[in-house]
Design a protein around this ligand. Structure first.
Ligand SMILES: [Zn+2]
Length: 349
């Protein structure tokens, strides 16, 4: 987990993943072969398996990009107009600290102080502006249309178990993949892909899978833990709104989502592997959301693909939470998968 802080604090809004890519390249350089940056910007690498005979080609994919914003114009008062890159909830925007452009200029999304705000409506993103404290000339000299804007958020530990930071979707997947590559060796050929442009349509993963032709693939993700009591329920109730998965419940295995149906034999293998190693796990059956597995599984005549996620609260915001035990359980599961997967686990039965 030694790279998670740097990965979390780096800004890599879709299409501008450079800062994350640099951390990844540095972390894996001495632990893999054939590192490439493909024309999309994906980082691909091979960790060759040990042992004789034909080896299964297993792809692990984690996306480097994060949701954020882009500059669309500068008003006469020096305030910045912007639009979303990936999905962010308009309701969390007013007052947020952000970083603008390649120089990571500090800014704040404007908001009306409560003294003056007599309205209850949610202000839409298109009506908000970003303030970097300059007049029109100042702002024009520092900011260009098309510049990316990311959340401004420090990584920190909360007590023994909980970590707080931004972009755990999917820097926690990147961190897990780095730790897997720095461990091993494994009996299979591990094809590692740190993908780009997941948040705007799973684009990097599609290209990487077409090029690298894995036999089986796993997307490593940070997913929505919606596990808190319903604020509208009775005070004494512990009713939870449509729980997806829980912090502290272990890795999350997707049954299906909007982008992929995990083949039953592959899901069965994951469940059996977790049980054999006494790793707690949870099933995700919520049909919303998608991952890189959604793009990978329909390349090259079909690639059996699954999703292994870490539960994270408050993803797609500047302040997500994760649990250290979940991280260690997920890492153990990933390594157990590589140690035991065979060709029969990927074939329909
Ligand atoms: Zn993600």
């Amino acid at each position: 987990m030694e790279f998670l802080k740097d990965l979390s604090e780096a800004i890599g809004v879709s299409g501008k993943e450079d800062a994350v890519r640099a951390i990844v390249l540095n972390a894996i350089a001495n632990h893999v072969e054939n590192i490439q940056i493909d024309p999309m910007g994906n980082v691909t690498a091979l960790k060759p398996g040990v042992g004789d005979g034909p080896r299964l080609r297993v792809m692990f994919a984690a996306h480097m990009d994060e949701v954020g914003f882009m500059v669309t114009g500068i008003d006469s008062d020096g305030l910045i107009r912007f639009t979303g890159v990936g999905s962010v909830d308009d309701r969390i925007l007013p007052g947020l600290r952000v970083r603008v452009g390649d120089d990571a200029l500090p800014g704040v999304i404007l908001w009306t102080p409560i003294h003056l705000n007599h309205e209850q409506r949610v202000v839409k993103l298109k009506d908000l502006r970003i303030d970097i404290g300059g007049n029109k000339d100042d702002t024009n000299s520092k900011v260009k249309r098309g510049d990316r804007i990311g959340f401004d958020s420090r990584f920190m530990e909360i007590g023994d178990r909980v970590l707080r930071g931004k972009s755990f979707d999917d820097r926690v997947g990147c961190s897990l993949l780095i730790d897997v590559l720095r461990g091993g060796p494994y009996p299979v050929d591990l094809i590692a892909v740190f993908t780009v442009q997941e948040e705007i349509g799973l684009r990097g993963a599609q290209v990487a899978a077409q090029t690298l032709t894995p036999d089986v693939a796993f997307a490593l993700e940070g997913t929505t833990a919606h596990d808190l009591p319903n604020p509208l329920a009775d005070l004494d109730s512990d009713e939870v709104i449509n729980p997806t998965c829980r912090l502290g419940g272990g890795p999350v295995l997707t049954v299906l989502d909007r982008s992929v149906i995990v083949p039953p034999q592959l899901l069965g293998f994951l469940r059996a592997t977790a049980e054999q190693h006494q790793i707690p796990y949870q099933l995700k059956t919520q049909p919303g959301g998608g991952t890189d597995a959604g793009a990978i599984h329909i390349t090259n005549g079909g690639v059996p693909s699954a999703v292994i996620s870490m539960p994270c609260r408050y993803i797609h915001s500047p302040t997500a939470l994760l649990n250290r035990d979940d991280y260690q359980h997920t890492l153990r599961l990933l390594q157990a998968v590589l140690a035991s997967i065979t060709v029969s686990d990927r074939n329909p039965r």
